[in-house]
Design a protein around this ligand. Structure first.
Ligand code: FPP
Length: 244
């Protein structure tokens, strides 16, 4: 048996509580590349390849919603060559992976703004959303051109534009105006590369999420690492502000 198929066949002890909604801050692509004397884009390429593997593992472990932080509203400030390289990688990922993701029953959603995004990219995203909209196996929220504060700004603007009365505003109503409307909050948020920051990711939906930080850079975060994060989640006691 090849090492790859051995890894595919590996048995993982069952977990008592599998998080329904997992968010991942896929950090450390640049440092992964730097440590190998490679350009930063090689790290993003390796990160994209890893995303493919982790998507498969996510379905296998029974996670129902995965939200990935692919590109923040702040990432436009990176050098133009890195930004355009990232756009190219994402376009290529849609071109190459869409049919397999569709076959796996993955429903792709976009959370984030559309401004600044090249027209061709927007068309590709829309095509991916249209093709997969009825799939039920896994919801993949791609946080692209996303910022948690901007999401709240957009929600407030829409609430005001709809003429909602102040006394009608409660948490459930705000939930319905977020990009993630209709989806439950994140249960577990994973951040790779050791940084202890939220970085404007799911700041509303992560209010009661369990956080898990690993020093592993994103391109090396494999199925075993994901399982470790799920075990850590399984051992946590979630109290939601009340006593156990
Ligand atoms: C953070 O690493 C990573 C990003 C800003 C981009 C994440 C994007 C991918 C993994 C590409 C795949 C996404 C899709 C949807 C195809 P960093 O560059 O901040 O790393 P550093 O902190 O080590 O510099």
């Amino acid at each position: 048996m090849s090492p790859k198929s051995q890894a595919d066949q590996k048995e993982y002890p069952p977990l008592e509580h599998v998080p329904f909604h997992v968010g991942i801050i896929m950090d450390g692509n640049g440092r992964w590349a730097q440590a190998r004397g490679l350009p930063r884009l090689a790290g993003h390429q390796a990160g994209t390849d890893n995303l493919r593997r982790i998507l498969r593992a996510t379905v296998e472990f029974g996670i129902k919603i995965l939200t990935i932080y692919a590109f923040s509203t702040e990432n436009w400030g990176r050098p133009e060559s890195e930004v355009s390289g990232l756009m190219r990688l994402m376009e290529r990922m849609i071109d190459r992976e869409l049919s397999e993701l569709h076959a796996q029953g993955v429903q792709i959603r976009h959370i984030g703004r559309s401004d600044h995004v090249p027209e061709r990219m927007l068309e590709k995203i829309q095509h991916a959303l249209d093709v997969t909209k009825d799939n039920q196996h896994l919801i993949l929220n791609v946080a692209f051109n996303y910022g948690g504060r901007k999401e709240l700004v957009d929600a407030v603007r829409a609430i005001v534009a709809d003429g909602v009365a102040p006394e009608a505003i409660d948490e459930a109503l705000i939930d319905r105006y977020l990009y993630t409307a209709g989806l439950p909050d994140a249960d577990l948020i994973i951040r790779t590369s050791g940084e202890m920051r939220v970085s404007n990711f799911l700041i509303w939906q992560g209010a009661y999420a369990e956080y898990y930080v690993t020093p592993t850079f994103w391109p090396d975060f494999d199925k075993d690492e994901l399982y470790k994060a799920l075990v850590a989640f399984d051992r946590r006691e979630r109290r939601f502000g009340v006593l156990s």
